[in-house]
Design a protein around this ligand. Structure first.
Ligand SMILES: NC(=O)c1ccc[n+]([C@@H]2O[C@H](COP(=O)([O-])OP(=O)(O)OC[C@H]3O[C@@H](n4cnc5c(N)ncnc54)[C@H](OP(=O)(O)O)[C@@H]3O)[C@@H](O)[C@H]2O)c1
Length: 275
């Protein structure tokens, strides 16, 4: 029931109508009987400044930020968490008496989605495909956990910059060429492959890398929320552990809900709402 007192939360993206975040957060508000509601706002890039001002002007309590605004919103906020600053992207904003605090819950959400499946990355040799915004959060999180990372990207220079930037966190990170990629996969020296590219969103997309010769113990993970051709091919190649991006989506939302409300989120209910 929306009333005069209802607190408004939301998500800014473009496009955004496909977002499942309203389902997950409204289910959690209902669970606690909170007088709050979560709405998706389709915000054009050139309107992001105005939309961010509107968080203050309309006293919205919090928003999630998705493509293409995660980086551009940063200078419009009052404070950034250390993670958001290090990753260079914000996906959660909290309005605290007119001051806007920016957080990044993607990195924690990603690690949580692995650990709930019993996957721990310390010392693991991990191949990250892609070097865009999602890869930044993933590489940051994995580097912090002490994984050994190999990054491959179509635009090689972006992989090299990412390796250089996060290499200083104490993890071993290298950018790899197309040739190195083939060797890494076929020689069986990889414990986990993570697709952070957008390849796989469309059924006709090529695989982000050839995985025909992967060791069956290799964990294959895709940040896309559905069973992608990569995950399908991994299963067919005998890989027993595959994960899509729905766990990361859930856990980044769980952490955002906790930041906004201070309550312990009803994780299983939120998972069910996403399903
Ligand atoms: N599960 C979750 O919670 C979650 C969270 C965030 C994102 N995601 C998913 O992660 C994916 C990437 O998002 P993003 O924000 O990182 O996007 P982005 O910043 O635009 O980066 C896209 C990445 O995909 C690569 N790429 C795109 N088209 C390609 C092609 N035809 N061939 C080879 N590489 C290609 C890009 O390579 P170049 O650098 O060469 O262009 C870049 O590395 C999306 O599918 C998104 O849905 C999931």
């Amino acid at each position: 029931m929306i009333k005069g007192s209802t607190a408004i939360y939301g998500i800014f993206g473009n496009p955004v109508s496909h977002s499942k975040s309203p389902l997950m957060h409204n289910a959690a508000f209902r669970y606690f009987g909170l007088d709050a509601c979560y709405v998706a706002f389709d915000v054009l890039p050139e309107r992001l400044d105005q939309a961010t001002q509107a968080i203050r002007a309309l006293n919205m309590r919090g928003v999630n930020i998705t493509v293409p605004h995660k980086e551009r919103i940063m200078p419009l906020l009052d404070y950034l968490s250390p993670e958001a600053e290090a990753i260079g992207a914000v996906n959660t904003v909290k309005n605290s008496q007119g001051l806007l605090y920016g957080y990044n819950t993607d990195a924690w959400g990603f690690i949580q989605s692995l650990s709930e499946r019993g996957i721990y990355v310390k010392g693991k040799r991990i191949l990250v495909l892609g070097a865009g915004g999602a890869a930044r959060a993933v590489v940051y999180a994995l580097a912090k956990e002490g994984a050994v990372l190999f990054i491959y990207n179509r635009t090689a220079q972006k992989a090299e910059s990412l390796a250089l930037e996060y290499g200083s966190m104490g993890s071993i990170i290298s950018a790899v060429s197309q040739k190195d990629l083939e060797d890494l996969v076929s020689l069986g020296g990889i414990d986990m492959v993570i697709n952070t590219t957008s390849l796989g969103l469309k059924a006709e997309d090529p695989l982000p890398c050839d995985i025909g010769s992967l060791n069956p113990n290799t964990i294959v993970c895709d940040l896309i929320y559905k069973r992608t051709p990569l995950l399908q091919a991994a299963s067919e190649a005998g890989c027993t552990t595959t994960l899509d991006g729905s766990g990361m989506l859930l856990w980044q939302g769980v952490y955002a809900f906790q930041i906004w409300t201070g309550l312990t989120p009803p994780v299983e209910l939120m998972r069910e709402a996403l399903r």
